[in-house]
Unconditional design. Sequence first.
Length: 626
Amino acid sequence: MTDKKSGPIRRLFSTLSRIYRGFRSIILNLLFIVIVAVLAVSIFSGDDKVEVPPTAALILNLTGDLVEEKRWADPIATAINESLGGQEESPEVLVSDVVNVVKKATKDNRIQAMVLDLSMLGGGSLDKMKLIGSAIEDFKAAGKKVFAFGGYYGQGQYFLASYADEIHLSPMGAVILEGYGSYPMYYKNALEKLKINTHVFRVGTYKSAVEPFLRNDMSDAAKEANIAWLTELWNNYKSQVAARRGFDVTNFDETYAALLEKLQAAEGDLSQYALNAGLVDHINTKEAFRRNLVAIVGENDEHTYNHVTFDDYADLVIPAQQFDNPLTDKVGVVVARGVIVDGQAKAGSIGGDSTAALLRQARHDDKIKAVVLRIDSPGGSAYASEVIAQEIRLLREAGKPVIASMGSVAASGGYWIAAPTNEIWAAPTTITGSIGIFGLLHTAENVLPTLGLNVDGVGTTELAGMSGGLPLFKGLDDKAKDLFQLLIERGYTEFLTMVGENRNMSVTDVDKVAQGRVWTGSKALELGLVDKLGTFDDAVKAAAEKAGLSQYDVKVVKQSLTPSEQMIKELLGEAKAQGWLPQTHVSPEQKLLGKFTQQLKQDFVLLNQFNDPNGVYSYCVGCSIN
């Protein structure tokens, strides 16, 4: 006999199923239309190549965060998201692309000037911006002028703008330089309200990665360590900008009182305040700025100055695929960017197996004579870090020197994979160290009773169910906690021993500079944790010298897209260029909300990425700055 109540329920699910199938069909049809349209345009539009005027300005209009390696994104999912008007996830710009574009423009007689349009530039560490700034300095040394124009300069944007000969600001604009800070979100009270218990096992006085789950505020030890390296970074920022702008480091306002006094003198006008303080050279409207550039490079048919944008010029001067000359010796480059996880990972994360595979590929490539491991990582899985470290040792045994080149961050697991290399290079502002490990486990034994649930049963030993997740529901007893703590202490000893052996230091000496404490590259050099300060290019030259190479090419060893992924990526790029995908505009309120939700998302995505088979991690939460 059929339950009469099941009829409406069945009809409801049947209706939802039809809606889902219809929605999916619409999305796939939209995607198909975009692909067909792009193919049609590419077939019938002919040669649509960008032309650079005889005299022009290169507009360096960078959109997104500066990165060493772009994160992998599913091209189909991206196409569907953007066809529906969804917002792109934090666009990214390769630092190497920017440097290459500026270098090409320096030698291009058609490019007479450069305009820094940094309004859409996102985050970027000092070492990344200094690489670009060095290329801009070479551009200026070639007798070419650099101008910056903007309505608003944030801290990172202003650092790059300070390389310009002239900084122009809109009459309604502002320059905001606020210094550096580290403000993680803390979850202790929230977890208690959810009746979730947090079990932490760690070694290191300063290993604060787990504090957000244990406290509602930052510990004194973490504050002590963090303010030290944050202050060093801020002093580095100030000294560089002050030297380029020709004023004293005391010109930076670090208190509300100092800022208020100067703003009162400017009658509350932020642009006038910036001019008075020497932060900018001119207050100009966009039209006045355009007229200035027209006088230098000429006027085009659209009544603005002759120019070529960053993306268009990059398409002209940067080859779509790296040419690999089979006859030349190579310095191989493997980029390790992101959180270190066990197993395979796409670009933007460091998979123990996938990154080891890239290093192994370099080891078996007879033309690669040395390797530079470019690290930009706060760490992660200790197990995966050691998998990568083992492959580095095999490279050295094969007679191929390995140089670690530290980017903005190479801490915890990021330092673990740097330690076995022949030599470690860092930027003065690199965030490194944080040598320590921890284990983290959340259990829900107090949650289940509130839901009317319980877990019970029997096992042949006390350990039964441990690997199957039983502690999540039953909690941990004191003996299990002692076991986990012993394993963490053993892992810390192994970390210290490995660093000591590779850095020619005693375990005691390593422990003095370890304990999870974070250092800048400059301080790490003093402490013996790095060998030299320099850029990525310096590290490549060092690798070539160690391999005895006088002539060589640089070959980036990286994961390749499948043919279908490459095709969809190119089609999607063409659709964007043609303006067929909707553009989204984000209000200031949405940006603020986005920062909050992004922080939550990052923290919980990070927890999801913690997949070490032994539950042991070497990760630096405090290495991120706001």
